[in-house]
Each structure stands twice: as structure tokens, then as C-alpha cells.
Ligand binder design. Structure first.
Ligand SMILES: NC(=O)c1ccc[n+]([C@@H]2O[C@H](COP(=O)([O-])OP(=O)(O)OC[C@H]3O[C@@H](n4cnc5c(N)ncnc54)[C@H](OP(=O)(O)O)[C@@H]3O)[C@@H](O)[C@H]2O)c1
Length: 294
């Protein structure tokens, strides 16, 4: 039986965990706070890992795991999982067949709206993106030491149930900020799960995959479409120069690129359920009672 341990059973981690669990995998993982963790009724085993000390019982858990996934972003001190489990991994991961690391397309930096793929040189333009490149390298080193293939999944902007522009419009927080030339890709969380399941089912030596939809688009266009789907007027457009935003949002607007997803389609055979934001948002706006409600 395949057995996954997932560091960070958050939004994407839970989508992957649920998908593999439904295929008969044994799945366990971590959260920072069991009291607020939302997977309680899923049958997925969850332990606490806050990034400040090792996960309790890790050696035992990893010794029976065939697959390891980590979704936890690095910090200034490095990758929290490796910081606390390096020795235990080297000592107890004897059954491990595959490691998967969720990264971000931010590692490519700004491309002025140009196309990039997995062969594009990394040019991280922010401190967080540089930490991410360092974390990818640290996992490469660990995978090399273990002799286990590593797949790195560089994700575009994640959306799905509970996390989308329809929700933001409903909450009155959606903005249509126009920065001419600014585009980015999105990826539905269920398509992330599809991509990881496809990678785990493929006997490859380990690779880097961009996980993105088919259509890079300006954010204000996506908010406009979401408003159309809901039959409400779109929020007024705000020029980028006039927009008030958090430092993180400003960082987001500092980079623009079009991400090619050819590799997941050609090499992993992924068929995206939501090839563009239009299919994704339309499904999310489907009547209440469906699994895709916003
Ligand atoms: N959001 C995006 O659009 C986007 C785009 C590209 C890449 N990414 C990256 O893709 C990955 C998955 O994203 P996501 O949106 O699914 O993330 P998420 O919902 O925030 O889940 C992250 C998981 O990691 C855990 N975690 C976070 N910091 C931790 C720490 N210092 N120590 C221990 N555990 C920690 C969280 O614990 P809790 O369960 O306690 O919350 C959660 O389980 C992240 O690395 C993210 O940075 C995100």
C-alpha cells in the first residue's frame, strides 16, 4: 500500500491528501494547530508541526512512508521541515520512493509579461523567492543523499472552493486594479491534486513542473468575469498608481509573466479540469449544494 506523509495539510496539501486517500493511499500529515485544522472528519491522520521543533513520532511515520510531500513555505531560517527532520530522514526513510515539493513560479522573477517554462533561468526578485530557491536546492540535496527522486511543482496563483474572486466579491473585498501589462496564471486546487497524482503514477527520475492553467490573464479581467458570473456590477477599476495595497500585494504586482504548462500536459498527461479561470469560476459559482460552491 502507498503511504503519503504530507508536511502542511493546508489548502493544497488537503486537496492532494483527499485525492490520494480516495485512491486507497494511507495518508498522514501535519498542521500547526489541530484545533483549527479542517480535516478532522476525513480519516486523514494529522499531527502538530509548528516549525519550531520536530514533529512528534516522525521517525516511526517516515519509516513506513512511500511518498513525502511538503507544502510549507520556507522562512528566513530556511526550510522548517528540513531544519527539524534532516537526521531522522537520513536515518529512517528507507521505504521512501518519491519526494514532492510545492514551490512557486515566483522563483523565475519578472519576465515583463513574457513566456517562461521549466528551462527558464531562475531570477528570483524578492527575498521570499530567494528563500524558495534555497529551499528547492536544500530538498534536491536531501533527495540526492537519500537516492530518492524529487519532483518540484512550481505553482501559479492557487484558487478553488472558499478561495476565489467570487468569495472576494461577496465579501466586498475584490478590487479591479489595473497595471497595464500585468498578467499571471492561476491554478485550481483540484488541478494541483491531479498533477501530483499523475506525477506519482509516472515512473520518472524526478523533474520540475510548472503547475499553471492555459491562460495567463490580467487580474482585473478575472474579477470582471467573476462579477459577470454572479450577475453583479464589477467593482470600479483602480489605476495601479492610485491603489492602496499591502507590501505582499505590491510584491505580487512587481512581476509579470506567462507560464507554460506544456510539461504537465505532455510529460504527465494531465488533463486540466479547469483550463482557464472561466471554467474554474463558472464551476465555483454553480448552485449551492455542489462540491464546487464558492
Ligand atoms: N497561495 C498561492 O497562490 C500560492 C502560489 C504559489 C505557491 N504557493 C505555495 O504553495 C504552497 C501551498 O500553498 P497553500 O496555499 O496550499 O498553503 P496553505 O493553505 O497556507 O498551507 C500551508 C500549510 O503549511 C503549514 N505551515 C505554514 N507555515 C508553517 C511553518 N512555519 N511550520 C509548520 N507548518 C507550516 C500550514 O499549517 P496550518 O495547517 O496550521 O495552516 C498549512 O498546513 C505554499 O508553500 C505556498 O507558499 C502558494
Amino acid at each position: 500500500m502507498k503511504s503519503l506523509i504530507c508536511f502542511g495539510l493546508g489548502y493544497s496539501g488537503m486537496a492532494v491528501a483527499r485525492r490520494l486517500s480516495s485512491k486507497g493511499w494511507q495518508v498522514s500529515g501535519t498542521t500547526r494547530d489541530l484545533a483549527t485544522w479542517e480535516g478532522g472528519k476525513t480519516g486523514i491522520l494529522c499531527a502538530t508541526f509548528t516549525g519550531t521543533s520536530p514533529m512528534h513520532g516522525f521517525a516511526e511515520r517516515i519509516s513506513s512512508a512511500t511518498h513525502l510531500l511538503t507544502t510549507i513555505a520556507p522562512g528566513p531560517d530556511g526550510d522548517p521541515v528540513l531544519n527539524h527532520h534532516r537526521e531522522a530522514l537520513l536515518g529512517h526513510a528507507g521505504r521512501l520512493e518519491r519526494i514532492a515539493y510545492l514551490s512557486t513560479t515566483a522563483v523565475y522573477g519578472d519576465h515583463g509579461g513574457g513566456w517562461i517554462d521549466e528551462t527558464t533561468l531562475l531570477a528570483p526578485g524578492t527575498a521570499r523567492a530567494r528563500q524558495r530557491v534555497a529551499a528547492e536546492d536544500a530538498w534536491r540535496e536531501m533527495a540526492g543523499n537519500l537516492g530518492v527522486p524529487l519532483d518540484i511543482f512550481r505553482l501559479s496563483g492557487i484558487y478553488g472552493p472558499g478561495r476565489n474572486q467570487l468569495v472576494a466579491l461577496g465579501a466586498g473585498t475584490a478590487k479591479r486594479i489595473n497595471k497595464p501589462g500585468h498578467v499571471f496564471n492561476r491554478i485550481h486546487v483540484e488541478d494541483i491534486a491531479t498533477t501530483l497524482a499523475a506525477a506519482f503514477a509516472t515512473a520518472a527520475p524526478g523533474a520540475v513542473y510548472n503547475v499553471a492553467d492555459n491562460e495567463p490573464a490580467p487580474p482585473q479581467e478575472v474579477v470582471g468575469f467573476a462579477a459577470e458570473v454572479l450577475g453583479m456590477p464589477p467593482p470600479p477599476e483602480i489605476a495601479f498608481a492610485d491603489a492602496e495595497m499591502s507590501p505582499m500585494a505590491r510584491e505580487f504586482y512587481s512581476e509579470s509573466k506567462r507560464v507554460s504548462n506544456r510539461a504537465i500536459i505532455d510529460h504527465l498527461g494531465v488533463k486540466l479540469a479547469y483550463p482557464t479561470y472561466r471554467e474554474g469560476l463558472t464551476a465555483l459559482a454553480a448552485p449551492l449544494g455542489t462540491k464546487d460552491k464558492p
